[in-house]
Design a protein around this ligand. Structure first.
Ligand SMILES: Cc1cc2nc3c(=O)[nH]c(=O)nc-3n(C[C@H](O)[C@H](O)[C@H](O)COP(=O)(O)OP(=O)(O)OC[C@H]3O[C@@H](n4cnc5c(N)ncnc54)[C@H](O)[C@@H]3O)c2cc1C
Length: 374
């Protein structure tokens, strides 16, 4: 059985970041990912600029990939009342197809090994982990990072309480050819039961990604009919869907998007990114949090692997506290803002207030974002 210092389960943004960071420290890591690269993912594809300095330290430049610089946010209510404001830090428009692959290729250059397959079991005994894939391969390691995203068979296997709760959210995304959209804008438009973001990506395509409650979607039960009969009622989205040309054969969809609280450490597995907790997409901060949490985890794991006085219990407690300090308030604020935005009356009042006070809008954006990660 092959032995590693750290096995990372899931090679999305959190997993790939942790792999690059731990490799820089000189640790032997293995990444287990169930899908080959590159691949599309349901995501708004607006990444906060707070990740730029840290990614640079890992040797990743977002400027080499035709990323789009975004500095303005537009918000609109169901009826089309809208405001625009500057994003204090701004961000980049880049598809997950390109971004995850950029990190993957950097990992390959550094000879980080990958195993492609679904991880079905993680077991901890005698201070050692065993990780098994669906094809029966087994690997062992001193540490395991769980970076397998929002929801996976592993959450059931690890008996995580959030997995038993039904989630009422669905995510849908597709790319479109559409000239009439400013490069520097990320637009967040609401509709009955949900909201969606529009922003340009490195290919020139506009990404349209939305989150919708089942109760609203169920009435149509088909993406095309839902777009036509519900989403398009927002005048901005109506104009977009009328003129934009779909570039995907069919939109991508993910079910059971859960915003429930999750454990940051479970059965000694250190959870990163969405596996530790998902922020509401309207904040545009999930990718930055995934990358940042991987940094925090890598630093604590490095201490554990190199300092004999820093035992597993201390490491787990420190990581849990760091995670809470860095992301706890942001997640709470995201929940409050989402409830406000999808309530027809309240969102109208809130947008009215924000129109009169751009400082209020800037303040709210700041509450859901972090500072540049150094
Ligand atoms: C509708 C929607 C819109 C969003 N828009 C934005 C946005 O505009 N900006 C932003 O910053 N964030 C956004 N987010 C959040 C963002 O997409 C996530 O926070 C981010 O993808 C988290 O990265 P991750 O690495 O934790 O998970 P992921 O990127 O999901 O990676 C997890 C990886 O684990 C793999 N995996 C899963 N199970 C297994 C297994 N058993 N074995 C092996 N591999 C496995 C998967 O294949 C995947 O590659 C949005 C989220 C949603 C739902």
């Amino acid at each position: 059985m092959e032995y590693f210092d750290v096995i990372i389960v899931g090679g999305g943004l959190a997993g790939l970041t942790a792999a690059l960071h731990l490799e820089q420290y000189g640790h032997a890591v293995l990444v287990c990912e169930k899908q080959q690269y590159p691949h599309h993912k349901v995501c708004g594809e607006y990444v906060s600029a707070e990740v730029v300095p840290y990614l640079k330290k890992l040797g990743i430049s977002l400027d080499t990939t035709n990323t789009v610089s975004i500095d303005t946010l537009q918000l609109s209510t169901v009826s089309g009342k809208s405001i625009k404001g500057k994003l204090p830090l701004g961000g980049k428009g880049i598809s997950r197809y390109a971004l995850d692959n950029l990190l993957y290729e950097a990992a390959l250059e550094r000879n980080i090994p990958f195993v492609f397959g679904n991880v079905t079991a993680i077991q901890f005994a005698d201070d050692l982990f065993q990780v098994r894939t669906a094809s029966g391969d087994t690997f062992s390691a001193k540490m395991v990072i769980g970076a397998y995203g929002k929801r996976s068979n592993l959450d059931k296997h690890l008996d995580r309480p959030f997995f038993r709760k039904k989630s009422r959210w669905l995510g849908i995304k597709a790319h479109y050819a559409y000239q009439d959209f400013p490069d520097n804008l990320v637009a967040l438009h609401t509709f009955e039961g949900g909201y969606g973001g529009l922003s340009r990506t490195e290919t020139g395509a506009v990404n349209f990604c939305y989150l919708v409650s089942y109760s609203s979607f169920r009435r149509e039960n088909d993406v095309h009919r839902f777009n036509e009969n519900v989403v398009a009622k927002n005048p901005f989205l109506g104009a977009f869907l009328e003129d934009a040309e779909p570039l995907f054969k069919e939109p991508l969809a993910i079910a059971q998007v859960s915003f429930e609280k999750k454990e940051t450490v479970k059965e000694h597995v250190i959870m990163c990114g969405d596996t530790a907790g998902l922020i509401h997409p309207l904040c545009g901060n999930g990718m930055a949090m995934a990358i940042h949490s991987a940094k925090l985890a890598s630093e604590q794991i490095h201490l554990y692997l190199t300092d004999s006085t820093f035992d597993r219990g201390i490491m787990e407690k420190r990581y849990t506290a760091l995670w809470k300090n860095n992301f706890g308030y942001r997640l709470w604020m995201g929940r409050q803002l989402q409830s406000l935005l999808i309530n027809r009356e309240l969102s109208h009042i809130a947008l009215g207030l924000a129109t009169r006070s751009p400082r209020l809008l800037r303040y709210l954006i700041k509450q859901t974002h972090g500072k540049p990660i150094l």
